[in-house]
Design a protein around this ligand. Structure first.
Ligand code: ADP
Ligand code: MG
Length: 241
């Protein structure tokens, strides 16, 4: 898969000595402290850590929604910090999809409208409605197109959010505790969907505090503690799924 962002020979995403510090009064919170990480195409990486370990901070930086205090996020070898405004907008709209624990759907909009929202930013797409409809159908929601979030189950809402994240065919899907508000059955369903995405050659990065879930699905598990990577291992099982 070529993104046109950088060179194909470079890793899809590389994080180099990444730091994100927040000032809180006289104190400095080191949300991320000297992180090094590589994510390749087709990988399913789980970032595991307790609340406050820096998981959301990392995903926001990978998504280009936040800027590092120091260090860099490189996409196909190019530093996000060197992107022009236009390039960054295109990266965020077309190359990265992001989903959140709390779904972040617009309450008074239908499923179709919520997915179509992805086309309101970045490069224009003439067939947007058809693509939104097709993506919702692919996720088993063809009979929920006109429902509003309040009339959907939690699992269905999360699938609408996934449809919105995927409808522009991103190279990397970032999911921040996507099953945190779901029961076991819906969590399994969502993780199966994410596994299929990885099989299509995209990279998937999921954060979770559920180690068992990470081991069941991810090919690689990265453990975060207080903003540092304290362990990284392949989990064999995720690769063959
Ligand atoms: N905007 C902010 N201002 C100050 N501190 C923050 C901010 N965002 C996050 N933090 C702090 O950074 C640390 C990591 O937060 P976060 O990335 O949200 O962790 P996680 O997602 O693993 O729960 C926490 O100590 C949190 O309180
Ligand atoms: Mg978080």
């Amino acid at each position: 898969m070529t993104t046109g962002i950088g060179t194909d020979s470079a890793p899809l995403i590389r994080v180099d000595a990444l730091r994100r510090h927040y000032r809180r009064g006289p104190q400095t919170v080191k949300a991320l402290d000297f992180l090094d990480l590589t994510v390749d195409r087709g990988e399913f990486v789980a970032v595991v850590g307790a609340s406050g370990s820096g998981k959301s901070t990392l995903l926001n930086l990978l998504a280009g929604l936040d800027t590092p205090t120091d260090g860099a996020v490189l996409v196909e070898g190019r530093r996000l910090a060197d992107f022009s405004r236009g390039e960054l907008a295109t990266y965020r709209a077309s190359h990265v999809g992001i989903i959140f624990q709390s779904f972040q759907l617009i309450p008074h909009w239908t499923s179709l409208e919520n997915v179509d929202l992805a086309f309101c930013f970045g490069p224009k797409a003439p067939d947007r409605r058809a693509r939104a409809r097709a993506m919702l159908s692919k996720l088993g929601l063809s009979d929920r197109l006109d429902h509003r979030p309040a009339d959907l189950s939690g699992g269905e809402q999360q699938r609408v959010a996934i449809a919105r994240a995927l409808v522009r065919d991103p190279d990397v899907l970032l999911a921040d505790e996507p099953t945190g508000n779901l029961d076991a059955e819906n969590s399994t369903l969502i993780m199966d969907v994410l596994t299929d995405i990885r099989r299509e050659g995209r990279a998937v990065v999921v954060t979770t505090h559920d180690v068992a879930m990470a081991e069941r699905y991810a090919g690689r598990i990265v453990s975060l503690e207080y903003g540092k990577i304290v362990g990284q291992r392949r989990s064999g099982r995720g690769v063959s799924r």
